[in-house]
Design a protein around this ligand. Structure first.
Ligand SMILES: *Cc1c(COP(=O)(O)O)cnc(C)c1O
Length: 351
C-alpha cells in the first residue's frame, strides 16, 4: 500500500496562489505599547472600548488556545464560527464547476450548502448501517479533482465517532485534504485528531466554541492545520473576521476552564440518564449511543411525535429527511429540569 504523495501547491486554487492579501492598518503596525497615537485606521478616537479595529491575527486569544490545546499558534486559524472556516477551505482549494468534494451522509448539512454556494460538486457516499464510512466506496468515488473529504467525528446527527483505522487509511490514501469536524469532540471519549497534524500533512481539524464551550452566540470556530495550510487560509480570510467582543468573551471563558469541564461533566451525566429513560418509552424504537451532547432516536412516527412535543413547548430536531434516519429525531441534552420535563412529556404521550 504505497502512500500517495501529497502536494499542497497542487491543491490550492491558482487565483489564491497568485493573489496578495489585504494589508490592514493593524497588519502594518501592530505594536503593543499602550500609549501610541493611532491615526492610521480612520477610527473615531472619542468612543471607548470598541472604537478600535480588533487584532486581525487574534494574538492573545490564539496564544491561550495554543497553550490549552498544546498546538503552536502558527497551526491555528480562527473563524466567525466553524461555518466561516469551512467556507474558507472551499474558497482556498475548490475551483468552481471543476473540482469536487466528498461527504458522508447522514452528516452536518453545511458542507453541502457551502458546496452549492461555491458551485462545487458534492459527491456523497452514504455511511454504512453502523454509521461508519465505507472506505473502498470512498476511494472509488474520488478522482483527481477531489480536493476535500469532510468527515464529522463525533458525527452529527448520528452521534458516533468515526473509527480511527478508517481515518488513518484515508489520510494515507487520499491525495487531497481530509477535514475532520470535531464540533462535539469535548463530549467524546477520544482524543482530538489535532494532535496528529505532524504525522499527516493533509489533515485539517475544525472545532468550535459553540457546543461544549457554551458560546454559540459569539461565533468562534477554530481550525488546525499545517503551517502551510494555515497561511493560505490566513491570506484569504476577511481581515477583521473575529470581532473584539468575541475575542474578549472567548478569552474570559477559556480562562474559566474548570467551569467548562464541570458543565461538560453534567451534560454527560444527563446524557446517560436521558438514554436510560428513552429506551423505556414504548414508541421509541432505537436510541443510538452517543459521543456528543445529543441523542438520535428512532420513533414510530417522527412527524407526529415532533408535533406533539411542540404542543407541549419542547422543540427537538427532525432528522427524518436524512438518509438512514427514517423516523429519527435528534434531542440535545438540556438542563436537569428540561430533561425531566421531556421525559415526563414523552411518558404522557405513551397512551
Ligand atoms: C454545531 C456544529 C458546528 C458549529 O458551527 P459554528 O459555526 O462553529 O457554530 C460545526 N460542525 C458541526 C458538525 C456542528 O454540528
Amino acid at each position: 500500500m504505497n502512500k500517495k504523495a501529497f502536494n499542497l501547491m497542487n491543491l490550492i486554487r491558482p487565483n489564491v496562489l497568485k493573489m496578495a492579501s489585504y494589508s490592514s492598518a493593524r497588519d502594518e503596525f501592530n505594536g503593543s505599547k499602550s500609549d501610541m497615537i493611532f491615526l492610521d485606521a480612520n477610527e473615531n478616537p472619542h468612543n471607548s472600548n470598541v472604537n478600535r479595529y480588533p487584532d486581525p491575527q487574534q494574538k492573545q486569544l490564539k496564544e491561550l488556545i495554543s497553550q490549552q490545546k498544546s498546538i503552536p499558534v502558527s497551526n491555528i486559524l480562527l473563524g466567525n464560527g466553524s461555518d466561516e472556516v469551512i467556507d474558507l477551505i472551499f474558497r482556498a482549494f475548490c475551483e468552481p464547476k471543476k473540482d469536487n468534494i466528498l461527504t458522508l451522509p447522514p452528516t452536518y448539512g453545511m458542507y453541502n450548502v457551502l458546496a452549492n454556494l461555491n458551485d462545487v460538486e458534492n459527491r456523497e457516499v452514504l455511511l454504512g448501517s453502523d454509521f461508519q464510512p465505507n472506505i473502498k466506496e470512498v476511494l472509488k468515488t474520488i478522482d483527481s479533482k477531489t480536493k476535500i473529504i469532510f468527515l464529522c467525528s463525533p458525527n452529527n446527527p448520528t452521534g458516533n465517532l468515526i473509527e480511527i483505522d478508517r481515518i488513518v487509511y484515508l489520510l494515507n490514501h487520499f491525495k487531497g485534504i481530509l477535514v475532520i469536524d470535531e464540533a462535539y469532540i469535548d463530549f467524546a471519549n477520544q482524543a482530538s485528531w489535532s494532535n496528529k497534524l505532524g504525522e499527516f500533512p493533509n489533515l485539517m481539524v475544525i472545532q468550535t466554541l459553540s457546543k461544549a464551550y457554551g458560546l454559540a452566540g459569539i461565533r468562534l470556530g477554530i481550525c488546525y492545520g499545517s503551517t502551510n495550510i494555515i497561511s493560505v487560509l490566513n491570506k484569504i480570510k476577511p481581515p477583521y473576521n473575529i470581532n473584539q467582543l468575541t475575542q474578549n468573551k472567548a478569552i474570559e471563558r477559556l480562562l474559566n476552564s474548570d467551569k467548562i469541564k464541570n458543565e461538560i461533566y453534567c451534560i454527560l451525566d444527563m446524557r446517560d440518564s436521558l438514554y436510560k429513560a428513552l429506551v423505556k418509552v414504548s414508541f421509541i424504537k432505537t436510541v443510538y449511543p452517543s459521543e456528543a451532547n445529543f441523542l438520535l432516536i428512532v420513533v414510530d412516527d417522527a412527524e407526529k411525535r415532533h408535533k406533539q412535543l411542540i404542543e407541549k413547548d419542547i422543540v427537538v430536531r427532525m432528522r427524518n429527511s436524512q438518509p438512514l434516519c427514517e423516523n429519527s429525531l435528534r434531542i440535545s441534552i438540556g438542563t436537569t429540569a428540561e430533561v425531566e420535563k421531556l421525559i415526563l412529556t414523552l411518558k404522557s404521550l405513551e397512551q
